[in-house]
Design a protein around this ligand. Structure first.
Ligand code: PLP
Length: 389
């Protein structure tokens, strides 16, 4: 294993603080390293492996679709892309979809759509996007700028113009709103920022502010979407209807795909040539993503996600450990804030004990297991966590 890691250090750019294991196989919520050691995977590729590793339906669809058609240009229509768009639209308040390849790309597209909508319906000066302090929206230059955490900005200036930051406080947001603002981009549950659930009254107040000021409400559901919180999209918990919704991660169950959905009145600002992607919406990934989405939309699936999340949170609570300060989250997007900045240390220890999860900041542990995780798996994960804490 050490030899492989050294080879990786020789040939790969040093952008990830990787843990010292090399993974080789996975089934359900269990992954195996090259030495055959097993780990319970409660990180799930950071909310990507919606149905666990190599679920049978997905593997079968990959085989079937790869024999049919893998890629063709967006110069042409494909049934797979059209059907996936229909599925997403039928399960959201959006009317039209655009497919990209990642979360950051979906957010880039959403920012472009907000700007072109404002430009065509109002004027070119209405182009500012507000985002929240503590947010995370991606690593491309526009989404990096949109990310409301300075630590991500260092070394990459000049950043994109026309982005401003504000606290998750309606009065503060109201003060920032003027005729130059065209959109507000928020994660209904902030992931990287610490698994912070934005309160229902905040989300409802934000929708009202946006409507009153002719500003688009854009929900970044890259991490919280596609069933993660026990609703298909997390914005549904507050009963609002955002103008643009972005998603990615779980949508492909592990294949790269991102998407943004928008109301007709907004999406209609785009005309041919205004946006595009070579790989985005290719029939292979869209065919597989349909399989994932159809399973998540089956009767009782989302109810189970809610129940598993409640069970998980209850079990962590029962540890009654004085190092646990707060348990946050919705569905199976769970953050455990500790009383001390030892999150990385706990995560590293957990790896040696056969449990994978990640951290947000120095004090919060983040758990994003597959949406079909079992109670036995939750019990086992909590037992390991309890021993470490
Ligand atoms: N938006 C949110 C809320 C995310 O959590 C992430 C990734 O963690 C992104 C955007 C960026 O997604 P990607 O890494 O697929 O570009």
């Amino acid at each position: 294993m050490q030899e492989l890691i050294e080879k990786g250090q020789k040939y790969l750019m040093n952008t990830y603080g990787r843990l010292p294991i090399v993974l080789e196989k996975g089934k359900g919520n269990v992954v195996q390293d090259v030495q055959g050691k097993e780990y319970l995977d409660f990180l799930g590729g950071i909310a990507v492996n919606a149905l666990g590793h190599c679920p049978e339906q997905m593997v079968a669809e990959i085989a079937r679709q790869s024999k049919k058609i893998i890629h063709c240009s967006n110069y042409y229509w494909t049934k797979e892309q059209i059907d996936l768009a229909e599925l997403l639209v039928e399960n959201s308040c959006g009317d039209k979809a655009f497919f990209a390849n990642s979360g950051a790309e979906a957010n880039e597209g959403a920012i472009k759509l907000a700007r072109i909508w404002a430009h065509k319906n109002f004027n070119a000066g209405k182009n500012k996007i507000l985002t929240l302090n503590g947010s995370f929206h991606g690593r491309t230059l526009a989404t990096l700028t949109a990310t409301g955490q300075e630590s991500f900005h260092q070394y990459f200036s000049p950043l994109l113009q026309g982005i401003d930051y504000v606290d998750a406080d309606l009065a503060e947001i109201s003060k920032k709103i003027d005729e130059t603002v065209c959109g507000i981009l928020v994660e209904p549950v902030q992931g990287e920022g610490g698994v912070n659930v934005l309160p229902v009254d905040f989300m409802q107040g934000l929708e009202k502010l946006c409507n009153e000021n002719k500003i688009l409400l854009i929900c970044d559901e890259v991490q919280s979407g596609i069933g993660r919180t026990g609703k298909f999209f997390a914005y549904e918990h507050s009963g609002i209807r955002p103008d643009i919704i972005t998603c990615a991660k779980a949508l492909g169950g592990g294949l790269p795909i991102g998407a943004f959905l928008a109301k007709d009145s907004v999406a209609s600002a785009f005309a041919p040539g205004d946006h595009g992607s070579t790989f985005g919406g290719n029939p292979f990934v869209c065919g597989v993503a349909q399989t994932i989405v159809k399973i998540i939309c089956q009767k009782d699936f989302l109810q189970n996600v809610q129940e598993s999340g409640e069970y998980f949170r209850k079990k962590i609570g029962e540890l009654d450990n004085d190092k646990v300060k707060e348990i946050r989250g919705l569905g199976l997007m769970i953050g455990v804030e500790l009383t001390e900045p030892i999150a990385k240390e706990v995560m590293k220890k957990a790896v040696t004990q056969g449990l994978l999860f990640c951290t947000c900041g120095s004090q919060t542990l983040r758990f994003l297991p597959a949406l079909n995780v079992t109670k036995q798996e939750v019990d086992k994960a909590v037992e390991i966590l309890g021993k470490i804490l």
